[in-house]
Design a protein around this ligand. Structure first.
Ligand code: GRF
Length: 194
């Protein structure tokens, strides 16, 4: 039997997607081990969630480093020492640079609250509402050097139908929390077959 897939979750904020993934691991529906939560915001609520779930977390302040390259080299060392297989971005508000992209080629995934390629970047839900888009939704994709441009793994959408921003946001988060653990399990299964 193969070893459990080891993942690091990167998050900058609330961490509800981290929570959904941690809950799925605990429930046994996601066969993986979260070995580290990484945040670029030491006050992020995700740290408290990690503490409650008994998962180690690591907070760093990007401004303490000379460059993206230098903090990514530091992170890479940490992840490699923990034998992390996959990086899972869950509301991490920074672009990933070459140091991590090369070390984790095709092993970094992200979740984005729009049906990409529509509305990449910040405040995708706000962008969706401002554009009076007919549909809203969620995309899970591989991460490349661009802003939300990597190959798409799975998407789910729904009709906005005149709903309020709050209602749309709630629906998006409900989809995210269901979809991310399932998509990760599928991805890890596929990778184990090779
Ligand atoms: C999610 O909507 C995710 O799609 C986006 O950032 C948000 C993070 O929410 N990338 P949370 O911190 O997981 O609650």
């Amino acid at each position: 039997m193969k070893n459990k897939v080891k993942i690091a979750v990167f998050a900058s904020g609330n961490g509800s997607n981290f929570q959904a993934i941690a809950d799925a691991v605990k429930a046994g529906s996601l066969d993986a081990e979260i070995v580290l939560v990484v945040t670029d915001r030491p006050n992020a609520y995700v740290i408290e969630r990690a503490r409650q779930a008994n998962i180690p977390s690591f907070a760093f302040i990007p401004a303490d480093y000379d460059s993206k390259k230098s903090y990514e080299e530091m992170l890479k060392g940490k992840l490699e020492s923990l034998q992390v297989d996959w990086i899972v971005l869950a509301g991490f508000m920074r672009l990933i640079g070459p140091a991590l992209l090369e070390a984790y080629e095709n092993r970094i995934v992200n979740i984005h609250p729009s049906v990409l390629p529509a509305f990449p970047g910040k405040d995708a839900i706000g962008q969706t509402m401002a554009a009076r888009a007919e549909s809203a939704g969620v995309t899970i994709h591989f991460v490349d050097a661009g802003m939300d441009t990597g190959n798409i793994i799975v998407q789910e959408s729904f009709k906005v139908n005149g709903r309020s921003r709050e209602a749309v946001e709630n629906e998006i988060h409900a989809i995210e929390h269901k979809l991310y653990p399932v998509a990760l399990q599928r991805l890890f299964n596929l990778n184990n077959m090779h």
